[in-house]
Design a binder for this molecule. Structure first.
Ligand code: 13P
Length: 210
């Protein structure tokens, strides 16, 4: 996809995420890698009403070059985009169920959402580290996320929400959606003897689709 198509795609995904309540108000942000820098949603923008021409463009050193003022969470996106060279896009949401789990799980946990379904495992992988709480926009989160991102496609920020990467924008959005649904299932089945995927089934999924 060229830059114009990616701008349109960010707006289309934003509309769909917002439409299903996966982001509310001005919460959430999306970034995409370009050959000559990055696109990121503007700060205080509503994902449901993004405009392609107003999306912020950053140079390869993450300096703002055009469009509206970038998201204050640029550090969180930069952590994934630099620590995982295969990352083409990053999605951060405050989606309700994943955020609920971010309030229940202890920082340091690596599997706060159980492996109940194949698509969660295929999209998110084996581990989802829970990182400590950081104030939104706190540059201090960058090092912690970058360290986790070397081995993981996504992290959960305590009392805040998920940050999910993917090779493409579609991959990152689909993974964020699977995480939200897996978190919803986990909460729905909490305290019940739900069957989880076995280590062999997880291994088979990662070998086949990973
Ligand atoms: P921005 O409006 O700066 O993108 O921040 C929204 C958000 O999700 C904070 O975590």
């Amino acid at each position: 996809m060229n830059e114009d198509e990616l701008r349109e795609a960010i707006c289309a995904h934003g509309r769909l995420l917002f439409g299903r309540g996966f982001s509310v108000g001005s919460a959430g942000n999306i970034s995409v890698r370009l050959p000559d820098g990055y696109l990121i949603t503007p700060t205080n923008s509503c994902l449901g009403r993004l405009e392609p021409g107003r999306i912020s463009k950053l140079d390869p050193d993450f300096r703002h070059v055009s469009g509206d003022k970038p998201s204050k969470e640029v550090f969180m996106h930069r952590a994934f985009l630099t620590a995982r060279p295969e990352t083409g896009a990053v999605v951060h949401l405050h989606s309700t169920h994943a955020t609920a789990i971010s309030c229940l799980a202890a920082p340091g946990e690596t599997a706060p959402v159980p492996p109940l379904t194949p698509y969660f495992v295929m999209r998110i992988g084996r581990a989802l580290p829970v990182l400590p709480y950081y104030r939104p926009g706190d540059a201090g989160m960058e090092a912690a996320i970058a360290e986790a991102a070397r081995d993981c496609r996504a992290v959960l920020l305590a009392n805040h929400g998920p940050v999910v990467s993917g090779k493409s924008l579609d991959d990152a959005v689909y993974a964020a959606e699977e995480l939200e649904e897996a978190a919803r299932l986990a909460l729905m089945l909490r305290g019940q003897p739900a069957r989880q995927l076995s280590p062999a089934q997880i291994e088979d999924l990662l070998q086949t689709f990973g």
